[in-house]
Design a protein around this ligand. Structure first.
Ligand code: ADP
Length: 351
């Protein structure tokens, strides 16, 4: 039960809810329903490329809820950034014809933030909380009863003057997204009826995503160019789309064309210092530091040396370097493999 230090009206009517002073309704929540402002986001589950197993689980959950006229079960998505967790939440809202309120855990620091958010929900709404592992303990505790019994248990005041209040909430669906499943407390994790891991995409799926987006932005991309972009996109749609946008800029501004060939891809990537393995300056600095150190190195030392955030290195840079066999994680730190050493030495020789 959360302790909120403010007074609350005795009744639980909608009017008294409006008068609550303890809640904060000013923080940033994006409400999304029918307007797809990000062109790259698919507009239906069918258009969402890949993740076939997850899509079938979600399709059954959606149809069952629609059939029973009930809100969807609470859903937890976990996986690396840029794999489509937010997109799936918005698609679920679209399929359920529901409003989706989008927020992220760091903006729900005070209990009144989450209380305000929950009290603002309507029957059937979807609440999407990104980086849900970063919710503090109080906010998580408030969510337990909200998720399980659609009820807010609050304690106002302190010591002898403390009073408990229970407020009923409309039935809503919480969709949580996280890159760190292990950091979510088990009681919170257990309250999600559906928990799905979003996997990296195959090259073929990424080509489909690139192709679909090219059509949307009226770009004509040749097969070989599409394949080359997919190959260096680290299994991640966000990276594939970002690369495509940069290549489009180069094609339109430097080459004055809307047709992307393999030559344009190569020249544009070269211009951005991205090599044929898809590695950029940051990846190379990471590898060079390990090469110089020649010992297992802690992530924090690498982050300090490169002036980068350690979680960005952990979730964005490292997974790909591990995947292509250039580094390994050991209990004593990160180690460069012989393949990684060979690569970085050959790059140094070229410079
Ligand atoms: P996350 O929330 O996991 O960080 P997003 O949902 O924000 O990732 O996705 C990043 C970008 O990639 C968005 O522009 C989204 O439209 C696109 N995207 C992600 N997954 C897919 C997919 N399966 N099909 C098409 N586009 C996708």
């Amino acid at each position: 039960m959360a302790i909120i230090s403010s007074s609350l009206d005795e009744s639980n009517s909608p009017r008294s809810r409006k008068e609550l002073k303890l809640v904060n309704s000013n923080f940033n929540i994006e409400v999304k329903n029918d307007k797809n402002v990000n062109l790259a986001r698919p507009t239906s589950l069918q258009e969402f490329v890949g993740q076939e197993q997850i899509k079938s689980v979600l399709r059954i959950a959606i149809d069952a809820s629609l059939f029973r006229r009930e809100p969807l079960e609470h859903i937890l998505f976990y996986g690396q950034p840029g794999l489509g967790k937010t997109t799936l939440a918005l698609l679920l809202a679209f399929e359920m014809n529901a409003k989706c309120r989008v927020t992220s855990a760091p903006s729900l620091e005070r209990p009144r933030d989450i209380v305000g958010l929950l009290l603002g929900l309507k029957e059937g709404d979807i609440l999407f909380i990104d980086e849900i592992h970063r919710l503090n303990k109080l906010a998580q505790e408030l969510l337990y009863s909200a998720m399980e019994d659609f009820r807010l248990d609050l304690t106002m005041g302190a010591n002898k003057g403390a009073r408990s209040r229970t407020i009923n909430l409309p039935k809503f669906t919480l969709i949580g997204a996280t890159t760190k499943l292990a950091s979510i407390s088990p009681p919170l994790r257990d309250r999600f009826g559906i928990c799905q891991k979003i996997e990296h995409y195959t090259s073929h799926e990424l080509q489909q995503i690139i192709l679909n987006f090219s059509k949307l932005i009226s770009i004509n991309i040749e097969n070989e160019a599409c394949e080359a972009l997919a190959k260096i996109s680290r299994g991640t749609p966000r990276i594939a789309l970002r690369l495509l946008r940069r290549v489009r800029d180069y094609a339109q501004v430097v080459k004055k064309t809307n047709r992307i060939s393999i030559e344009i891809v190569k020249k544009s990537l070269n211009f951005q210092k991205i090599d044929s393995r898809g590695l950029d300056n940051l990846d190379r600095d990471f590898l060079s530091f390990l090469n110089l150190n020649n010992n297992p190195t802690g992530l924090d030392s690498i982050a300090a040396r490169l002036g980068e955030d350690s979680s960005m290195l952990e979730f964005v840079v490292e997974p790909y370097l591990i995947q292509i066999g250039f580094i390994i994680r050991t209990p004593r730190g990160r180690v460069l493999t012989s393949l990684g050493r060979e690569y970085i030495n050959s790059k140094n020789e070229q410079n």
